[in-house]
Ligand binder design. Structure first.
Ligand code: ATP
Ligand code: MG
Length: 382
């Protein structure tokens, strides 16, 4: 699929932007702090319904506007394999009466929940902070999988939400039990729901991993050449632990039973999809601990390339590829390889502070835009 237009109003450093977009490669060049990443963030916001980097949504509204209690809008037209859709996401600061923003979403003019926006536009964002997929905490890797699955099926988003709701309530009971304010029977009320929803989340994750892992391994092989081999495994806190075997609600209940004493002491649920991880290893050695920075970057790139491929396969419509400032971290050969893979997709938006880093073969056919202080100008190449 592809974006044919993007419109930003009071979004971060953009006051008003109207942009038409083409197929193929668009290079968004500009000096530091001009709004390049903000622009890709806006596109990705439409794809997954939330910001990948803002801790609070109010940050997304231009400071002046937020101060005055105004609103920001991100809107786009998306041409997909079978149709064309209009997306509109508004962030309303409610006249400045509170610090929270109200998110208003419309798809083809019809109001929707954020969870129903996810994946209407499918996109994969590659960014410099992806290195945390290799080095960072398990939470980032779980999020990677959840975002991917959410863009694949609407059912996953809703199932995960239900699981997290039950989990929150069950954890509240566990805390209350620890403080002597709740009893065994209250906990038992949440267990069937947790096991049911948790098993469904795990089934989807296990199923996706069976395809995702080999895709990531292959992508890593293409990028790293003769280097060590990557292994990608889902590490589950609820068995069975054979590759691809998802637990039943009964197996989930048994795992809960086994962790009973520990969870009472901890005051929280210790097994389930919210505690799992993806293990990344290079020649058998855990990447999180021992990979070099260069290797960690290639692992992260491989995971993103696998994500794009899986989304393409599952949706039958290729995602939009967003490359945020990733070229400067790669050597010339890798820059060529990554761009070549990206250009296998119909639309690529790439940001860079340095156009010289874009491989000449890519640049020759690209549309070049310059981002200057929240404005986007067409650059005419000689
Ligand atoms: P770099 O090359 O350093 O990555 P960039 O072009 O990607 O730069 P952005 O991250 O897009 O830059 O940020 C551009 C500017 O937007 C920053 O100077 C930042 O202070 C500003 N900015 C961020 N949020 C807001 C906001 N809510 N209101 C106004 N300006 C903001
Ligand atoms: Mg940036």
């Amino acid at each position: 699929m592809e974006l044919t237009s993007l419109s930003l109003t009071n979004f971060r450093s953009f006051r008003a932007l109207e942009l038409t977009l083409d197929r193929g490669l668009t290079v968004l060049a500009g000096e530091n702090a001009q709004g390049k990443s903000n622009l890709l963030e806006a596109v990705y916001l439409l794809a997954i319904g939330k910001s990948q980097r803002a801790a609070v949504e109010r940050e997304l509204v231009s400071w002046e506007t937020a101060e005055a209690g105004g609103y920001a809008i991100v809107a786009a037209t998306v041409r997909r394999a079978v149709d064309s859709v209009e997306l509109r996401l508004g962030l309303d600061c409610g006249g400045g009466r509170t610090n929270t923003v109200i998110k208003r979403i419309r798809v083809n003019g019809v109001p929707k929940r954020a969870s129903d926006l996810v994946g209407v536009l499918s996109a994969v964002l590659f960014s410099a902070s992806d290195i945390d997929l290799a080095y960072g905490a398990p939470q980032g890797r779980r999020r990677y999988l959840d975002v991917l699955l959410s863009q694949t099926t609407r059912r996953y988003v809703h199932g995960l939400q239900r699981y997290l709701r039950v989990l929150g309530q069950r954890n509240a009971v566990l805390r209350a039990m620890r403080d002597g304010r709740a009893g065994e029977d209250e906990l038992a009320a949440w267990d069937p729901g947790l096991c049911e929803e948790g098993a469904a989340v795990l089934a989807a994750r296990h199923e996706a991993m069976q395809r995702l892992a080999p895709l990531a391994v292959e992508a890593f092989e293409r990028l790293s050449g003769t280097g060590p081999a990557l292994a990608v495994d889902y590490v589950a806190t609820v068995g069975p632990h054979e590759a691809g075997a998802a637990p039943t609600p009964e197996a989930f209940a048994a795992a809960l039973e086994r962790s009973r004493r520990r969870e009472r002491a901890a005051g929280m649920t210790l097994v389930g999809p919210h505690r799992d991880d993806i293990r990344l290893a290079l020649d058998g050695v855990e990447a999180a601990k021992h990979a070099s920075r260069g290797q960690a970057r290639l692992v992260a790139l491989a995971l993103r390339l696998a994500e794009a491929r899986l989304l393409d396969e599952r949706r039958g419509d290729p995602p939009v590829i967003l490359l945020d400032d990733i070229l400067s971290e790669l050597d010339e050969r890798r820059r060529g390889l990554v761009l070549e893979e990206a250009l296998g997709y119909p639309q690529v938006l790439l940001t860079t502070a340095e156009t010289a880093l874009v491989p000449p073969s890519g640049l020759a056919a690209a549309r070049l835009l310059r981002v200057v202080d929240g404005q986007v100008l067409e650059e005419v190449t000689a």
